[in-house]
Write a protein that binds this ligand. Structure first.
Ligand code: G1P
Length: 294
C-alpha cells in the first residue's frame, strides 16, 4: 500500500535554543524566512504525502496557526495589491481535514510521540519526519524512502555516515547487504557509545513505518535515557518485515544544534538568487575581522 500519511513530532521543549524558545516553538524558528517545520512539511508534500499529523504539546499553538489560513492577512494583501506575497501567506495544503493535531501530553520520548498518532494513520504504512533534520536533495529525500517502500515494503529509514565519536547522538544501524545507497538493516541501537556501535550509519530523521510498529510502541518499554524510543520498536520488529536504510546523499543540516541551525541559515541564503550574492559579500566582509579578532 502507498504512503499517504506523515507524522511530524513537534512536542519537544527546545531547551537548547532558550531564550528564543521560551514563548516560540523551536519548530517555528526561521531558517532564512521560513519556519523550520515548513521545510519538512514541504518535503512531505513534494514526496506525495496527503495527510499531515502533528504531534504537539502545550505551547505549540503557533504551529497550528501557521498551517491554518489567515483570512485577515490574505484580505489585506489583496486589498493592498501585494498579491505576490499571497503564496507565502498560504502555507502548504490547506484543504480542511488534511491536517490533524494530537497532543503528546507527557514528554516520554520520540517513540511515545509517534504512538500518540496511532489513531490517525488508518492502519496504513506512514512516514515520520523529524523537522530538526533539514535534508536537501535534487528530489525530496523522503521520496527515495517511499520509492523503496513501494518496491519492497516493510520499514525504511534514511541514514548518513557520521564520525565514530558521534554515534552516541543517533540511532545506529547494524548493516547487512549493501546495494548502492540501499542497506539491509540487521539491527538498530539507540545512541550507542562508539565502542559498542555496530557501524557509523546513523538514522537521520526520516522513516517509513509499517503500522505494526505502533503495537510495539504501545507496550511502552523504556530505552536509552529512560525514554520510549522509536529505534527500540524498530529493532523489535526486525525479522517480521523487510527493513532497509537509504543513504541520504544530499546536504543535511542538524537544526537541533545551534551551529547546524546557523549553517542551514547561511547555506540556504547562499542558494537564493535574492540573497546569495549579498550574504556571500557579507560573509567575506565579516570573516577577515573574525580572523583578526581571534
Ligand atoms: C532522534 C532519534 C535518533 C535519530 C535522531 C536523528 O534522536 O531517536 O535515533 O538518529 O533523532 O536526529 P534525538 O536527536 O531526538 O535525540
Amino acid at each position: 500500500m502507498g504512503v499517504r500519511t506523515a507524522i511530524f513530532p513537534v512536542g519537544g521543549l527546545g531547551t537548547r535554543f532558550l531564550p528564543a524558545t521560551k514563548a516560540v516553538p523551536k519548530e517555528m524558528l526561521p531558517v532564512v524566512d521560513k519556519p523550520l517545520i515548513q521545510y519538512a512539511v514541504e518535503e512531505a508534500i513534494d514526496a506525495g504525502i496527503e495527510n499531515f499529523v502533528f504531534v504537539t504539546a502545550h505551547g505549540k499553538e503557533a504551529v497550528e496557526n501557521h498551517f491554518d489560513r489567515n483570512a485577515g492577512l490574505e484580505r489585506a494583501l489583496i486589498e493592498s495589491g501585494r498579491t505576490d506575497l499571497l503564496a507565502a501567506a498560504q502555507v502548504g495544503n490547506t484543504t480542511p481535514g488534511r491536517i490533524s493535531y494530537v497532543r503528546q501530553m507527557d514528554a516520554l520520548g520520540l517513540g511515545h510521540a509517534v504512538w500518540c498518532a496511532r489513531n490517525l494513520i488508518a492502519d496504513e504504512p506512514f512516514a515520520v519526519l523529524l523537522a530538526d533534520e533539514l535534508l536537501r536533495g535534487d528530489r525530496p529525500p523522503l521520496a527515495d524512502l517511499i520509492d523503496l517502500h513501494d518496491r519492497v515494503g516493510g520499514n525504511v529509514i534514511s541514514v548518513i555516515e557520521v564520525p565514530e565519536e558521534d554515534t552516541g547522538s543517533y540511532g545506529i544501524v547494524a548493516p547487512g547487504a549493501i546495494d548502492g545507497r540501499t542497506i539491509e538493516v540487521k539491527g538498530i541501537v539507540e545512541k550507542p557509545d562508539p565502542a559498542d556501535a555496530p557501524s557509523t550509519y546513523a538514522a537521520v530523521g526520516r522513516y517509513i513505518l509499517e503500522p505494526a510498529v505502533m503495537d510495539v510502541l504501545g507496550e511502552g518499554r523504556r530505552g536509552a535515557g529512560g525514554e520510549i524510543q522509536l529505534t527500540d520498536a524498530l529493532a523489535e520488529v526486525i525479522g517480521t518485515a523487510p527493513f532497509h536504510a537509504v543513504v541520504h546523499d544530499g546536504p543535511r543540516y542538524d537544526c537541533g544544534t545551534k551551529i547546524g541551525f546557523l549553517e542551514a541559515t547561511i547555506a540556504l541564503a547562499l542558494e537564493r538568487d535574492d540573497l546569495g550574492p549579498d550574504i556571500a559579500a557579507t560573509l567575506a566582509r565579516l570573516l577577515p575581522q573574525q580572523t583578526q579578532g581571534s
